[in-house]
Design a protein around this ligand. Structure first.
Ligand code: FAD
Length: 428
């Protein structure tokens, strides 16, 4: 019988635990190690940051939810993974043995790569973690009493652009509702070579549609931007041309700013030869399995995926929720196959589907496969996206509370728009 350990209890780790438990044999144990006692639904963080959601509404206690399904949990951060010993070392020095390990820790947020970036001693807000979103909300409440310029976007090396656009539009909507939008010049700053690149080389007419949305909302933009330094109330940004040469220096004043950082791998795995790439992301094959340590799998934002294309200023590839769920399903099946003495045969689709809420309307993009040329490359805007995103939040939270692994929403809606979580079995 096997010990299957899942490291991390986020958008990837929690569904992983449920799917693995369903596919495991009766004597196998599934254990989740989490550095925090609560799961939180990261895609709702932008709403927390403008007080459209309370933190408690997007959180669930991990241990009781997992226990209902017979899944064990250890609420303590991992200090170091020891792949040669098949053990995870916890902060208190104890070690947890595993036969199979699934690493699902999300990113380490690389605020330290830009002077003055981020909420830990820097001058910008973040929506990457729910606690950041709460801090951002407090700053927002002060800001709306005495509004001024906003700078929003992402710094060089970032990969998760959807939430940056989303948050720009959400702030715009909130300010319009408060009837103070006229007091707030807004600038979107991004390393993307053009608006709507999204780290994906564009999706459908994402360029045209997002540019139009930004124009309609009077949001200016600077692309090919490298943020060099942030001081209290001003951001230093170098704009580049398509060859990556600097063409203009900007000093942007702001009273409120949210800039997404670049991501890297967490300290517990950083620098383990054969397990991670130089940025600390876990290298995996098409079965989500590490090539050197064959009993280690990885899913979610912590895996290494190369950029979709070279850009003048570095832009990473986003890893979105549906893509992560497809990694989860493939991994659970592959571990079961290996336990049955077979070769793993399931590949995740790594398709990108993302719902970006704009507050009153929203944008949906679908990229199948992720790297162009694509079979489906589709970008659409409308009120239905806002409603779909609210529905998605409710369904995902419900799924995490109940511990169901393949809910109706995915079966019906995703299949309806032609997206499936698993590729045909490899080799067929
Ligand atoms: P996470 O959800 O971050 O989970 C990782 C977990 O590991 C966390 O619970 C963390 O506490 C834990 N952990 C970390 N280190 C340790 C350690 N040492 N020991 C133990 N536990 C540890 N995608 C979409 O498809 N749609 C969206 O609308 C969307 N919105 C997003 C909005 C924001 C603001 C961001 C940042 C991303 C968004 N994404 C969205 C992208 C993606 O879906 C999320 O980033 C998602 O949370 C990634 O899931 P994950 O499991 O890889 O990481």
């Amino acid at each position: 019988m096997a010990n299957i350990v899942i490291l991390g209890a986020g958008i990837g780790g929690m569904p992983m635990a449920y799917e693995m438990k369903e596919l495991a044999r009766s004597g196998d144990t599934v254990t989740v190690i989490s550095d925090a006692p609560k799961f939180h639904f990261v895609p709702s963080n932008p709403w927390v940051a403008v007080d459209w959601r309370k933190r408690a509404e997007i959180e669930i206690d991990i241990a009781p939810a997992l226990a209902k399904k017979g899944i064990e949990s250890i609420i303590q951060a991992a200090k170091r993974v020891h792949p040669e010993d098949n053990q995870v070392e916890l902060m208190d020095g104890t070690r947890v043995d595993y036969d199979y390990l699934v690493i699902a820790t999300g990113p380490k947020l690389a605020f330290d790569e830009v002077e003055g970036l981020g909420p830990h001693g820097g001058h910008t807000q973040s929506i990457c973690h729910v606690s950041h979103a709460e801090t951002s909300k407090n700053a927002w409440e002060q800001f709306v009493q005495d509004p001024g310029p906003i700078v929003v976007g992402a710094v060089q090396g970032a990969s998760c652009f959807g939430p940056a656009y989303e948050f720009a539009m959400i702030m715009d909507t909130d300010l319009r509702k408060r009837k103070i939008r006229d007091k707030v010049p807004m600038t979107y700053v991004t390393p993307e070579p053009y608006i709507g690149h999204l780290g994906l080389g564009g999706v459908g007419d994402s360029k045209g549609m997002l540019e139009a949305a930004m124009r309609q909302r009077h949001i200016k933009w600077i692309c090919n931007a490298k943020t060099t330094k942030i001081e209290d109330g001003q951001m230093f940004v170098t704009e580049h041309n398509d060859q990556g040469q600097p063409i203009k220096e900007h000093v942007l004043p702001f009273k409120h700013s949210m800039m997404l950082p670049a991501f890297k791998g967490i300290d517990a795995v950083f620098g383990i030869e054969g397990l991670t790439n130089p940025r600390g992301f876990i290298t995996v094959d098409e079965h989500q399995r590490n090539a050197k340590f064959k009993n280690i799998f990885s899913i979610g934002v912590c895996i290494a995926i190369p950029p979709v294309e070279a850009t003048p200023i570095p832009c990473g590839t986003p890893k979105t929720g549906f893509m992560i769920e497809s990694m989860v399903t493939a991994t659970a099946h592959n571990i079961r196959e290996i336990m049955d003495g077979k070769e793993p045969s399931h590949n995740a689709t790594w398709n990108t589907i993302c719902l970006a809420d704009f507050g009153d309307t929203g944008a949906c993009f679908v990229a199948l496969p992720q790297i162009p040329p694509r079979n489906v490359s589709w970008f659409a805007e409308g009120k239905w996206v806002h409603l779909a995103k609210v529905a998605f939040e409710k369904y995902f939270m419900n799924k995490m509370r109940k511990g169901t692994s393949e809910p109706i929403y995915e079966k019906i809606i995703m299949n309806f728009i032609g997206i499936t979580k698993l590729k045909e079995k490899s080799g067929k």
